[in-house]
Design a protein around this ligand. Structure first.
Ligand SMILES: *Cc1c(COP(=O)(O)O)cnc(C)c1O
Length: 223
């Protein structure tokens, strides 16, 4: 299959899953994850109409953003674990950062001069080494984000843990999303769903799907 065929197949599957959930495809942003692929693949996606792409490593993301600076309406989404000392650099090219999980990162991303859109990432595992804040910290982080200048809180992001029914994991994210919306009604977006589980994510209210291999094909080097 070509890139175009994989993209349209994923889009069609997303539309079917949305219809099944009584939702519209217009509520969904499909974000191809282009990590490990060359900038040329991002350019091909752009030519196919894609305007959001995601990366998970700062160095690689920055290089591609520089190389593709002529695509002025392409939005870079950062989805990887973020070191505090790199946060300001990531903010310089990334439009949306999905992996914010602590107050110190919000401080680093906050600015009086311009806005950055963020998702708070929640860790659905018991392993604190995984990215994401514990569920119990979300309300406090939401309040913190609301007070930070230049931070636009979009909603919650999560990765379904291995060995758990993805739909149950995403149902939990939906519950947490409802809870933080009591504090931040505009923070209604949900970034869940990857190649293997995006249809379950759509059933549980996902608005942003981060889809890698199902669109790009296998990654050239994975690790
Ligand atoms: C790589 C990655 C994805 C996409 O994974 P696929 O299984 O290839 O769809 C989604 N989210 C994050 C945070 C990633 O690092």
């Amino acid at each position: 299959m070509t890139l175009e065929e994989r993209l349209s197949e994923v889009t069609a599957r997303a539309a079917t899953a949305a219809a099944r959930a009584g939702r519209s495809i217009d509520e969904l942003t499909i974000i191809p994850v282009t990590k490990f692929h060359p900038a040329s693949l991002v350019r091909e996606l752009y030519a196919l109409g894609v305007r959001d792409v995601a990366e998970n490593r700062h160095q690689e993301a920055r290089e591609k953003a520089v190389e593709l600076a002529d695509l002025t309406d392409l939005r870079w989404n950062f989805v990887g674990q973020l070191q505090g000392k790199k946060a300001r650099q990531v903010r310089s090219y990334a439009h949306i950062i999905h992996s914010v999980d602590r107050a110190s990162l919000i401080d680093s991303l906050s600015s009086e001069d311009d806005d950055t859109s963020i998702f708070l990432q929640v860790n659905l595992t018991d392993d604190p080494g995984r990215g994401g804040a514990a569920a119990e910290q979300l309300e406090e982080l939401t309040e913190y984000a609301l007070r930070a200048p230049g931070i636009r809180l979009e909603g919650l992001m999560a990765v379904a843990p291995l060995g758990v029914e993805p739909q149950a994991a995403f149902a939990r994210v939906r519950e947490l999303s409802e809870r933080i919306r009591l504090i931040a009604p505009m923070a209604s977006s949900i970034s869940t769903g990857m190649s293997a589980d995006f249809e379950f994510a759509i059933a549980e209210g996902a608005t942003h799907l981060r889809i890698g291999t199902a669109i790009t094909g296998n990654r050239p080097t994975d690790g």
